[in-house]
Write a protein that binds this ligand. Structure first.
Ligand code: S3P
Length: 428
């Protein structure tokens, strides 16, 4: 599907956005192995989180959905059933990597795979710790999906993550739920901590000291009522659009402001963005608030070291902001971008060049000079965040742009184009 986007004069209004993708996956998976019913409100509408629900159904879990309300009938740590066919994670790295931690502890064999993008994404990062814990995992070429996971009675481990990855951390912690004793995960840099927070909410004992997380195995997890904050990574596209369009004033309500995710706001404010937090409160261990964004001229900046990990999903849209900034944007230490849904260094640089920006590609990052964006024929390359980031770029082109493969946005944010049409007013 091709989407045509013309320049916008403003992005204004007051909106709530669909539920956070990371939190939705975690609530659903933990609910399945908790005892009793869990009700999740504002569950993510993205296809990725539907893949998680589909996989849980394949494991014998009762899941009912009414709009964004999801009810999950938890069956306890021993309650999953052997799946009849291969589980389908679709496009979702979170589903395959995090669920693998649970599958590794089952007394049966399960197969799990996904779409053409997912089967090219590396899995040795989860195979290594799960094998150390006692599972037997077969993968294509030893590292790619499909995965064949023969579950086992797992041993608790003390594991130092070789890469900064919240998915891998979660996978090991989920496996650790089934092992006797204490599982320890040590992170090279702090990654998003939704798993630690959610596990505590369901009743597990989790201790965190700096970058070390300890979990006591075999807790009694109890089903409960939960509500998911709006997704800050989805909000990022509207934050960026509001900053860029000249007469914007946008309020986003109920958005997740967990400090391991909100580096985005700090980074933008440090460049001159007019973003204010209007309200902030804690809900089920997560910070949630309302934010107001007004048009701003950004100075540009550098993303490197632990900031790269903290901003990893937002780098495509930050690159677009960089191209419209005074000094441009430099991104370093971002090799992980090459193994996301697409090689995001290549897909960002390609689309920026089509818009007339002389972006320079490096092995583990890129440089985007500040300046102007020209209207162009753009491509999502099948990647949801590329589709949305370059739709934002198109809002400040010098004419109408088109985005090929715009339907990819539905992986995390099916309502994106509808909300964009609702909030924008044209350049006139
Ligand atoms: C996620 C973690 C990040 C992120 C992904 C979602 C999560 O990946 O890029 O979109 O929910 O844990 P890594 O675990 O590879 O850093």
């Amino acid at each position: 599907m091709q989407e045509r986007i013309s320049p916008a004069k403003s992005i204004s209004g007051s909106i709530c956005l669909p539920g956070d993708k990371s939190i939705s996956h975690r609530y659903a998976m933990i609910a399945a192995i908790a005892e009793g019913d869990t009700r999740i409100q504002n569950y993510s509408t993205g296809a990725d989180c539907q893949s998680t629900l589909g996989a849980l159904r394949g494991l014998g879990i009762g899941v009912e959905q009414q709009g964004t309300d999801v009810a999950i009938q938890g069956r306890g740590l021993e309650g999953l059933r052997e799946p009849v066919g291969e589980l389908d994670a679709g496009n979702s790295g979170s589903t395959i990597r995090m669920l693998a931690g649970i599958l590794a502890a089952q007394p049966f064999r399960s197969g799990i795979s996904g779409d053409e993008s997912l089967v090219r994404r590396p899995m040795e990062r989860i195979i290594r710790p799960l094998t150390e814990m006692g599972a037997v995992i077969r993968a294509r070429e030893g590292r790619y999906p499909p995965l064949e996971i023969q579950g086992a009675k797992l041993r608790a481990i003390d594991y130092s993550l070789p890469v900064a990855s919240a998915q891998v951390k979660t996978c090991v912690l989920f496996a650790g739920l089934f092992a006797e004793g204490e599982t320890t995960v040590r992170e090279p840099v702090r990654s998003r901590d939704h798993t630690e927070i959610a596990l505590r909410e369901f009743g597990a004992e989790v201790r965190v000291e700096r970058r070390t997380i300890q979990l006591r195995g075999r807790p009694r997890l109890a089903g409960r009522e939960l509500s998911v904050p709006s997704d800050l990574s989805s909000a990022a596209f509207f934050i960026a659009a509001s900053l860029l369009a000249p007469d914007s004033d946008l309020v986003i309500r109920g958005v997740g402001l967990n400090p391991t995710r909100s580096t985005l706001l700090d980074f933008l404010v440090s460049q001159g963005a007019n973003i204010r937090i209007l309200e902030i409160a804690e809900r089920q261990g997560e910070l949630v608030g309302d934010i107001r964004i007004r048009s701003s001229r950004l100075s540009g900046g550098v993303i490197e070291k632990e900031t790269t990990a903290a901003l990893i999903d937002e780098i495509p849209v930050l690159a677009v902001l960089g191209a419209a900034s005074d000094k441009g944007l430099t991104v370093k230490d971002a090799a992980e971008l090459r193994i996301k849904e697409t090689d995001r260094i290549a897909t960002v640089v390609e689309n920026l060049r089509r818009m007339g920006v002389a972006a320079e590609e490096g092995a583990d990052g890129f440089f985007v000079p500040g300046g102007r964006l020209r209207a162009a024929k753009l491509d999502s390359f099948g990647d949801h965040r590329i589709a949305m980031a370059f739709s934002v770029a198109a809002l400040c082109g010098d004419g109408e742009s088109s985005i090929e493969g715009a339907e990819a946005a539905a992986v995390s944010f099916p309502e994106f184009f509808r909300i964009l049409r609702q909030l924008r007013s044209g350049a006139g």
